[in-house]
Design a protein around this ligand. Structure first.
Ligand SMILES: NC(=O)c1ccc[n+]([C@@H]2O[C@H](COP(=O)([O-])OP(=O)(O)OC[C@H]3O[C@@H](n4cnc5c(N)ncnc54)[C@H](O)[C@@H]3O)[C@@H](O)[C@H]2O)c1
Length: 337
């Protein structure tokens, strides 16, 4: 997020001085995926890989956004203009990634198994129009920035029961503060805890906001399949799983040789038996950021509750280390260049 300092010759919609926020995705705005609103999978900006992003390993030649200046390709398409001034700075900064990504996690968890008009007019209307039915129950694995935003989005979208699973006390506390039920997976099996709280009933939807770096209950060992496995157990038959959590095509540091090749073993037979839907992938930030901006302006969303620290760019290295170790309450850090 920043102020436009200079515009290139191909830019017509922006001017010097505009306050803007950029999706973490870099997208061309003209390919088939961009035209259909799937800007995370732009086929142009990063040939050979589905999509581009600033400063992230395989996602193209675009230097990161944590700097005094950033060059924005296809700026008319990518930049979202914000109201001038400094109001809502912390909230708007989260439009670059985690607020839309949390929203996307909930959106991805839509069940594609109840769309048929013969089954119910109600389900057809709500699934097609909104991708989420008010009153549905949701579990979110991971109470990092993305998981907390997914839980917050589910609340805004009218979810009934919202569970957030993690083992970091400060993060579980934030989940509690927004009205979700925190589930500490270091205490016992999170699926058993949720089923017990719901009198044996599974939940309608599940969001994986952890990804391949999921750990076992002692927090010491990576086990990339543990969250997917739990979601398949805890979501009701014909429910949906949304997976914004990152899974990578290869991971040299993975705990076993299959995971190193990006292969994850999970009970596909159970997923099939239950008729579960599975939605995955990077967030199409542009599909949501305009509307989420307007929720912020209208005072109906305040995602900055997740921000734990505001720091200068020089403090970034130390902050990353602490965030990585999840110590000293480093939940979400905003850097001010
Ligand atoms: N799809 C997208 O567009 C997109 C965008 C941003 C981030 N991401 C991905 O989303 C994921 C979450 O991002 P974040 O910034 O919130 O990360 P984070 O690392 O801060 O949060 C992950 C949380 O998961 C918890 N966790 C670990 N193992 C767990 C388990 N077995 N059960 C429940 N919780 C467990 C950790 O304690 C941690 O709090 C990452 O994989 C990130 O790369 C995806």
């Amino acid at each position: 997020m920043g102020i436009v300092d200079e515009v290139g010759g191909g830019v017509t919609l922006l001017k010097k001085g505009d306050r803007v926020v950029m999706p973490f995705n870099v997208a061309c705005g003209r390919c088939i995926n961009c035209e259909e609103g799937r800007s995370a999978f732009c086929t142009v900006v990063n040939p050979g890989f589905a999509g581009g992003a600033y400063g992230y390993v395989a996602m193209g030649p675009y230097p990161g956004g944590q700097a005094e200046y950033v060059r924005v390709p296809f700026a008319d398409f990518n930049a979202l203009v914000l109201p001038p001034g400094t109001e809502h700075e912390e909230d708007f900064a989260l439009l670059a990634d985690i607020f839309p990504t949390g929203w996307h996690g909930v959106q991805l968890s839509v069940s594609s198994n109840v769309r048929s008009p013969e089954i119910s007019l109600y389900s057809r209307f709500w699934d097609d129009a909104q991708g989420f039915r008010p009153g549905e129950s949701v579990v979110v694995f991971g109470a990092g920035p993305v998981g907390l935003m997914a839980a917050y989005s589910a609340i805004i979208r009218g979810a009934s029961d919202i569970f957030v699973v993690d083992r970091v006390p400060e993060r579980l506390q934030k989940a509690k503060e927004i009205g979700a039920t925190p589930i500490d997976f270091s205490a016992s099996d999170p699926v058993e805890q949720i089923l017990k709280l719901r009198g044996g009933k599974e939940v309608d939807r599940g969001v994986d906001a952890v990804g391949y770096q999921a750990v076992t209950s002692d927090g010491k060992t990576e086990q990339p399949n543990v969250v997917l496995e739990s979601l398949i157990r805890v979501v009701r038959p014909t429910g949906g799983l949304g997976v914004p959590g990152l899974y990578v095509p290869s991971d040299p540091g993975a705990p076993d040789s299959a995971a190193a090749k990006g292969y994850i073993s999970f009970p596909f037979g159970k997923l099939f038996e239950k008729g579960l839907s599975l939605g995955t992938g990077q967030c199409n930030v542009k599909a949501y950021n305009r509307y989420l901006r307007d929720l912020i302006i209208a005072g109906r969303a305040k995602p900055s509750f997740v921000v734990s620290h505001n720091l200068t760019l020089d403090a970034a290295v130390e902050a990353y280390e602490k965030f990585d170790k999840r110590i000293d309450g480093y939940t979400k850090v905003l850097l001010h260049p």
